[in-house]
Write a protein that binds this ligand. Structure first.
Ligand code: FES
Ligand code: FES
Length: 303
C-alpha cells in the first residue's frame, strides 16, 4: 500500500499519498490560494505559512515532511488576527499589487504570536525572507507593528477608514482591494484553476537561453506528438508580434531567423491540458541557436 502522509490544514485533517511540495498540495489539491507561488524555490517568501506556529516557506516543505504537523494559512488565522492585519495594512498603505502580502502577514503573525510587542528590528528580521517588489518594506514593517498594537488592544480598528466614508484630498485612503489582498482572496492569474474555469488549459513559453542569438531552427514535432499537448504557437501565429511603449520593436515571440535580445525572450508558447504534460512538452521543443555577442550598453548599441 502506498505510504500516506497526514497533517492538519486550518484545523482539517488531510491525507495524501503524493510526496510533493506542500505549496503544490495546498494550491492544487486543496485550492488554498493565499499561499502564492512566487518562485517555487524558497527565495521569495510569498508562500509563507505556519507549521506548528513557525513561519515556513511552503514551497520547500514537502507533504512527507509535513506529516504530523499543524499547518495554518491566512484562511486559518484567528479572526481577530485577520481583522488586525486587514486594518493595519490598509491604514498604513502597505498593500500595492498584494502578491507578497499574505506571506508578509504570515511572517508577521508568527512573530506577534511569539512576541506581542515586536521591535522594528524584530519585524525586519521576521520578514527577511519575504520579498516585496512594489510597496517596499517601510509600510509593511509599519503595518505589522500596527497589527501588533491592535492585537494588544492599544490601537482600535477604525471601520470608517475601510468603508471610505470620509475620503477626500489630503486624507488617508484605504485601497478598495486591501481586504482581499491581505486575506489572500484576490485572484491572480495563477490562482485561476479548474474550479473557476472547467477545461482550463495551461500555457508556458520556451525561452531563449542566450542574451543574443540567431534562432536557426525550431523543431516542435516531438512536443506536438505528446498526448495532452493542445498546440504550440510561434511568432507567425501572433497577429501583432511587435509591441513596445515608444517604438514597437519588441517581439512577443522570436521568429526563426530572428535574433533574441535577452535571456528569456519567448520563442514558442506551448499549450497543454495539464501542467505535467506542459513541462514535458517544453523539454521536447528543440531550438538551434547561433550565439552572438550580446549588446550590453548604449555605446555598443549605437555601434
Ligand atoms: S514560492 Fe516559496 S519562497 Fe518563493
Ligand atoms: S505589494 Fe506587490 S510585491 Fe509586495
Amino acid at each position: 500500500m502506498a505510504q500516506e502522509f497526514t497533517f492538519t490544514v486550518n484545523g482539517v485533517e488531510c491525507t495524501t499519498t503524493q510526496n510533493k511540495p506542500l505549496l503544490r498540495y495546498l494550491r492544487d489539491d486543496l485550492h488554498i490560494h493565499s499561499a502564492k507561488d512566487g518562485c517555487s524555490e524558497g527565495a521569495c517568501g510569498t508562500c509563507t505559512i505556519h507549521v506548528d506556529g513557525a513561519a515556513v516557506k511552503a514551497c520547500v516543505l514537502t507533504t512527507a515532511l509535513a506529516a504530523g504537523r499543524n499547518i495554518v494559512t491566512v484562511e486559518g488565522l484567528p479572526q481577530d488576527v485577520r481583522e488586525a492585519f486587514v486594518y493595519a495594512f490598509g491604514a498604513v498603505g502597505a498593500v500595492q499589487c498584494g502578491f507578497c502580502i499574505p506571506g508578509m502577514v504570515m511572517a508577521g503573525a508568527a512573530l506577534i504570536a511569539e512576541d506581542p510587542e515586536p521591535t522594528e528590528e524584530q519585524i525586519k528580521y521576521a520578514i527577511r525572507g519575504n520579498v516585496c517588489r512594489c510597496t517596499g518594506y517601510k509600510k509593511i514593517i509599519e503595518g505589522i507593528s500596527l497589527a501588533a498594537a491592535v492585537l494588544r488592544g492599544e490601537k482600535q480598528i477604525d471601520e470608517d477608514l475601510e468603508r471610505g466614508d470620509d475620503y477626500g484630498v489630503g486624507k488617508r485612503a484605504f485601497r478598495i482591494d486591501v481586504r482581499k489582498k491581505v486575506l489572500g482572496e484576490g485572484k491572480y492569474p495563477d490562482d485561476i484553476d479548474e474550479l473557476d474555469q472547467p477545461g482550463l488549459t495551461y500555457a508556458s513559453a520556451v525561452r531563449s537561453k542566450y542574451p543574443r542569438a540567431r534562432v536557426l531552427s525550431i523543431d516542435t514535432s516531438k512536443a506536438e506528438a505528446l498526448p495532452g499537448v493542445v498546440g504550440i504557437l510561434r511568432a507567425e501565429d501572433v497577429p501583432v508580434n511587435q509591441v513596445g511603449h515608444l517604438i514597437q520593436d519588441w517581439d512577443v515571440m522570436i521568429a526563426q531567423g530572428d535574433i533574441t535580445r535577452c535571456v528569456g525572450d519567448a520563442i514558442v508558447l506551448v499549450v497543454a491540458e495539464d501542467e505535467a504534460t506542459l513541462e514535458k512538452a517544453k523539454k521536447l521543443v528543440k531550438i538551434d541557436y547561433e550565439p552572438l555577442e550580446p549588446v550590453r550598453n548604449i555605446v555598443e548599441a549605437r555601434a
